[in-house]
Design a protein around this ligand. Structure first.
Ligand code: GLN
Length: 569
């Protein structure tokens, strides 16, 4: 029988609810249980693929693509193909662009999650409204309670059934009190009523601010957020307090008293330099035993935390340190590329190193080319994924500088396309080489739309998405580092490097190191010659990098940066 944990947030957002949720999952894994995670995003977008990464953070890409058919309610089991012909293509939505918290879940739990695990209000309301049109609720007034809340509970139970795991942890995005989140909290209340008491637990993650003036942690905001929860019929079983410092005994007692939670259930979530350490902090507070044994009444074996402890030790004791530049186009929030940041850290830790990432706005290079030399002060350059035209000339200048100054270089997706433009300008004499994404009328479209993309107008879920097979060329660096002839990596793009130009570039030392299954889409290029080490991948290896299993591409890149640094010192 599956157990259900619900995680809500109090006081404010961005207090590490995702890391907390993933760390709760780890407590079960330490005891050999199977864990699944759900994230609820109360916004009306069907998926986050159409959201701005500056505002919302990274879009995570799953391996699998989910064909979401909103009109397919519990009583409607038509064939997807029939629906497509009967009602047009809008019957099926392709989803594999999901919330960045899934990156955290996958990294902590070392497990691929299904895109249907990200429930958004867009999906829920679309389903309810379309099902109404098909007569699912004939004769009845369709309402938030029970129809929307039923749909939410159905989705949660559906995932539990599909995954058949011992525990499903559901994180509810946003903060308690948000209007959008109300139907979800109501669904949780109903869910807890429907299940036996020992089958569910409610964990409230909240901020405990530190007052510098009085030198004290303040519990009042938490008391208020728990009151809001109570007014919705929800009593938390556990309160996890995010604070600058570890919660003192006195603070825990106070929260316990005012929020009606036994003191064993009041847990500290201090700021950590290595986020992967959080499950160990939870163990230190005996949260595993309290949650799994006392509340959920499971009979767990003794937890085995030794492997995770070893891993954390590795992260904590670096011998070398590296400085990587990420020339990009926006003023980023650090979350915009969280999977890339983590993938770099994973690779570094495995090479006994620590990485310092510096985001560099490439736009000023366009006005003053001499500024690009700032990049020479770094051990490596990672050129990021992206969209659109702003700042792109500055990024091309940065890539050309990397060629000239022989700085180890890794380009991801857009970053690979930019590397290719830079290569064509530098070595093929094509001064105007560009992607039609940023110069639609260019005379040398060295990067252009994928053929099947040319007729697509709708924006949501229409890119080339998800896990795809990659075939490596023997003798290439990629073939070498993957140690297998083919691999699956995750994609999210509309444009690709044009073969005709890439073949010309081969005469100047460029290697096309992999293709897709059909042999028509270039998946990666490399220029490893005369002291240059430059790799561009059309895919996103960062999505599959895990703390104990770094991505082979990132590992090769960081290794090269380290070699170079050691050589030149
Ligand atoms: N904008 C480019 C494309 O659509 C790159 C996308 C990306 O970096 N993910 O092909």
């Amino acid at each position: 029988m599956t157990k259900f944990i619900f995680v809500t947030g109090g006081v404010m957002s961005a207090i590490g609810k995702g890391v907390t949720t993933a760390s709760l999952g780890k407590l079960f894994q330490f005891r050999n249980y199977d864990v699944s995670a759900i994230k609820i995003d109360p916004y009306l977008n069907v998926d986050p693929g159409t959201l701005n990464p500056i505002e919302h953070g990274e879009v995570f890409i799953t391996e699998e693509v989910w064909d979401f058919v909103p009109s397919m309610g519990p009583n409607r089991k038509d064939d997807i193909d029939d629906l497509n012909t009967a009602y047009g293509k809008k019957q099926v939505y392709r989803i594999c662009e999901i919330d960045q918290d899934f990156g955290t879940y996958e990294r902590f739990l070392d497990k691929n999650l299904h895109p249907s695990s990200n429930i958004t209000s867009g999906q829920v309301y679309l389903s309810v409204i379309l099902q109404e049109r098909y007569g699912e609720y004939l004769g009845r007034t369709v309402q938030i309670i029970p129809h929307v809340t039923d749909e939410i509970k159905r989705r949660i139970r559906q995932i539990a059934e599909k995954d058949n795991s011992d525990v499903v942890i559901t994180e509810i995005g946003g903060t308690v009190g948000d209007i959008e989140a109300m139907p979800y909290l109501e669904a949780v209340r109903q869910f807890r009523l429907e299940e036996p008491k020992e089958n569910t637990a409610l964990v409230h993650v909240t901020l405990i601010p530190y007052s510098e003036a009085v030198g004290e942690l303040k519990t009042k905001p938490t008391q208020h957020s728990v009151k809001t929860l109570l007014s919705l019929g929800l009593q938390p079983d556990i309160i996890i307090g995010r604070a600058k410092i570890e919660l003192t005994e006195q603070v825990r007692q106070k929260i316990s008293l005012y929020c009606n939670v036994p003191v064993q259930g009041v847990i500290s979530n201090p700021e950590l330099s290595i986020i992967y350490e959080l499950p160990l902090i939870f163990e230190k507070f005996n949260l595993g035993t309290y949650l799994i044994h006392d509340l959920l009444q499971m009979v767990p074996p003794k937890p085995d935390i030794s492997k995770w402890e070893e891993l954390i030790e590795k992260y904590k004791n670096p011998k070398h340190s590296l400085k990587i530049a990420m020339p990009g186009k926006y003023t980023l929030i650090t979350d915009s590329y969280v999977s890339i940041n983590e993938a770099l850290k994973h690779a570094a830790a495995h090479l006994d190193s620590k990485i310092k990432i510096e985001w560099i706005d490439a736009e000023p290079f366009e006005k003053d080319r001499s500024k690009v030399s700032v990049l020479s002060g770094y051990d490596g350059i990672l050129m990021t994924p992206g969209f659109g035209e702003r700042g792109v000339e500055g990024m091309i200048l940065a890539a050309r500088h990397a060629i000239q100054a022989k700085i180890p270089f890794l380009g991801i997706c857009y970053g690979a396309q930019i590397l290719f433009c830079a290569f064509c300008r530098e070595f093929l004499g094509l001064d105007k080489a560009a992607s039609t994404e940023f110069v639609p009328e260019t005379c040398d479209p060295v990067v252009d739309l994928l053929p099947e993309q040319k007729k697509i107008k709708d924006k949501g879920g229409t890119m080339r998405l998800g896990g795809q097979e990659i075939y490596f060329k023997e003798g290439s660096i990629l073939h070498d580092v993957y140690e297998v002839p083919k691999a699956v990596e995750r994609f999210r793009h509309r444009y690709h490097i044009i073969t005709r130009y890439a073949e010309e570039a081969q005469q100047k030392g460029l290697v096309i190191s992999s293709y897709d299954k059909t042999g028509t889409i270039i998946n990666s290029i490399e220029y490893v010659k005369d002291g240059n080490w430059m790799i561009g991948v059309q895919f996103h290896p960062e999505y599959k990098s895990r703390p104990a299993r770094p991505s082979p591409v990132y590992l090769a890149f960081v290794k090269k940066c380290l070699e170079k640094k050691i050589q030149s010192s």
